[in-house]
Design a protein around this ligand. Structure first.
Ligand SMILES: O=P(O)(O)OC[C@H]1O[C@H](O[C@H]2O[C@H](CO)[C@@H](O)[C@H](O)[C@H]2O)[C@H](O)[C@@H](O)[C@@H]1O
Length: 248
């Protein structure tokens, strides 16, 4: 158990009385520690219970906002609570994606596959609205950097959105972003305040939209527009527990 930084504890105490309250979180690197293989990135056993406690509080909505597709996120997380599920960096919002996107995504995958196949350890992940080039298991750092640059060049097309992340580069066939998705949730719920936790570049799209009285929490190192920071997913568990305790 780690101590929640004092300024963050005070901010959580401030937000705990506001309703409706939206508590939204990224998944990988926040609710689940990063792993070499995406299918093994599972949360600590406490996380679902804490999220469920938050979601059970009157006037509180819990949302999972991930770069993963929603089905993948449901499976890998094993979460069973009543949450809002937003996947594919916001492209999957309130239901599955239009089928016509799959053809465009497959064309991107076809373009990137030979580049990935040429680099030992690299992997291509085909998701509902994007293709991700993973280099976490590429041992040659220069080859990994080159591959990400080559993939970005191959995806230089105004109809595509390139999203860099942790040991990954995603090429999306929509221009959805997490900031717009959280804004949409905020409006839909009429949220008086938002708590958002994230660790990666794509989460900065959310931190940049937060308003006075909201609580943005960056997990781990790196530049951020968030006002608060904790070290890792273990510290996130403590933050969720403190907030759940505050909500009663
Ligand atoms: O928005 P998130 O929920 O954080 O999802 C972002 C991406 O997460 C996954 O990749 C990342 O986590 C993997 C498992 O720990 C890790 O191996 C990889 O290096 C990370 O980039 C997922 O595979 C992607 O589809 C998500 O977009």
């Amino acid at each position: 158990m780690t101590a929640v930084p004092e300024d963050l504890a005070a901010a959580l105490a401030g937000v705990a009385g506001r309703r409706p309250l939206l508590v939204a979180s990224d998944y990988d690197g926040v609710l689940a520690p990063l792993t070499d293989e995406p299918s093994t990135a599972v949360p600590s056993p406490d996380v679902d219970g804490l999220l469920a406690r938050l979601a059970a509080a009157d006037g509180v909505t819990v949302a999972l906002v991930s770069g993963r597709g929603v089905e993948d996120l449901r499976q890998v997380s094993g979460f069973a609570g009543t949450y809002r599920w937003v996947g594919s960096h916001g492209a999957e919002y309130g239901g599955p994606l239009a089928g016509e996107l799959a053809g465009r995504r497959d064309a991107v995958a076809e373009r990137l596959a030979p580049l990935v196949a040429a680099v030992p350890g690299a992997r291509l992940e085909v998701k509902p609205a994007s293709v991700a080039v993973h280099v976490r298991q590429v041992t040659d750092a220069a080859a990994a950097t080159r591959l990400l640059a080559d993939a970005a060049s191959a995806a230089a097309d105004p109809s595509l959105t390139v999203k860099p992340g942790k040991a990954v580069l995603e090429v999306a066939v929509t221009d959805a972003d997490k900031g717009s998705a959280v804004g949409r949730l905020r409006d839909e719920i009429g949220a008086a305040a938002v708590v958002y936790l994230g660790d990666d570049v794509t989460d900065e799209d959310v931190f940049g939209t937060l308003r006075p009285g909201d609580v943005g929490i960056k997990v781990g190192d790196g530049e951020t527009a968030a006002d608060h920071r904790v070290a890792d997913p273990a510290a996130v568990v403590d933050v969720l527990r403190l907030l759940a305790d505050r909500l009663g």
